[in-house]
Design a protein around this ligand. Structure first.
Ligand code: BG6
Length: 326
């Protein structure tokens, strides 16, 4: 043995607390970020679709999002579950409009996005300054540009744009924000929506609050307009409603009498409430198991009752903050 007179007596302690980790899947299909406390989020590059978000107080984290067992994750179809990102058109495009040739819900959920990188931050949550527990957050950024569209898609929507989608995970919160930049010479109109599929215990005991008095278009009733009379929206059959220009920023999903999720909208005036219910769920090839419509509800924050007009050089930003109350 070689004698080392200057051998250190002890390994110096780590300079800082544990940091969030970010892992890229072996096949480059998805990115997973994990906080030191165990919460995690996975984003599939196809559509920049969030496909898993787990949180909760114990060591065993709980899944907050619903994803169909038959969801297609290989990039050949939009994902049935998680948070598909709808852009630049919500639903079926109107006739005689710049978006008329696009597929339902646009192209963003059906193209591979670029992973742009991560950033992390730390803050002290409670106690005297510097002594409370450290709260970490990690932000993943994804990009999609007009150059990523196929020639056919560029013909269908001939505008130059840059999208940056930021997914930020903190202890009980997931924030998803979209930044849209007009990089061309022509102004364009767009809609966007965050098509979140929430995992719930039972649709029969679930209510959605925060929509009282709001006018909605009922897509199940021939797109007729109604005002939300009851305080809570309950789902007992196929439901497909576009709640428009909502004055309050928070919509909540309540299970029994316990709040389960808060959806806080940022610069997004509208919310779609969707559940296909028994027959429509059974008719969808990628919805499985058939009976799982009882375990999901879509509460989709968006800008869909009108168009966002973006002139050359301008940017627009909007998104949501989801809070899981476990
Ligand atoms: O089957 P898709 O294209 O993913 O759309 C699912 C649902 O998405 C909702 O946002 C729409 O309001 C519904 O009308 C639609 O059925």
């Amino acid at each position: 043995m070689v004698d080392r007179p200057n051998k250190p007596s002890a390994i110096a302690p780590a300079a800082s607390a544990p940091q969030p980790t970010v892992d890229i899947a072996d096949d480059n299909s998805s990115i997973t970020a994990t906080l030191p406390s165990g919460e995690n989020v996975t984003v599939l590059l196809h559509g920049a679709t969030v496909t898993s978000w787990k949180s909760g107080p114990g060591a065993e984290k709980k899944e907050n999002l619903w994803v169909s067992e038959k969801a297609v994750l290989d990039g050949s179809k939009p994902v049935r579950g998680g948070i598909p990102l709808v852009f630049p058109i919500f639903g079926a495009p109107p006739a005689n409009h710049a978006t008329s040739k696009l597929p339902q819900h646009g192209f963003a959920r059906n193209l591979r996005w670029e992973y742009l990188g991560k950033s992390t931050s730390e803050s002290t949550t409670s106690g005297d300054a510097g002594t409370g527990p450290t709260d970490n957050s990690v932000k993943l950024d994804f990009g999609l540009y007009s150059a990523n569209l196929t020639d056919e898609q560029q013909d269908q929507w001939p505008y130059d744009f840059g999208l940056v989608y930021s997914v930020t995970l903190s202890r009980d919160t997931l924030q998803t924000m979209l930044n849209v930049r007009n990089e061309g010479q022509l102004g364009f109109d767009f809609q966007m929506l965050l098509h979140t599929y929430f995992r719930i215990g039972d649709i029969g005991s679930t209510a959605i609050t925060g929509l009282s008095g709001v006018t909605y278009t009922d897509k199940v009733l021939n797109a007729t307009e109604h005002a939300q009379a009851e305080n809570a929206v309950r789902i007992a059959g196929e439901t497909d409603r576009v709640y428009k220009r909502i004055p309050q920023s928070t919509t909540s999903i309540v299970e029994g009498d316990k709040p389960r999720f808060d959806v806080v909208r940022d610069n997004l005036p509208d919310t779609v409430v969707w559940n296909p219910f028994k027959e429509k769920a059974a008719a969808m090839a990628d919805f499985a198991p058939d009976g799982d419509y009882v375990h999901m509800v879509c509460v989709e924050a968006g800008y869909v009752s009108d168009w966002v007009r973006l002139e050359p050089g301008d940017t627009w930003e909007g998104g949501q903050r989801l809070r899981s109350l476990l």
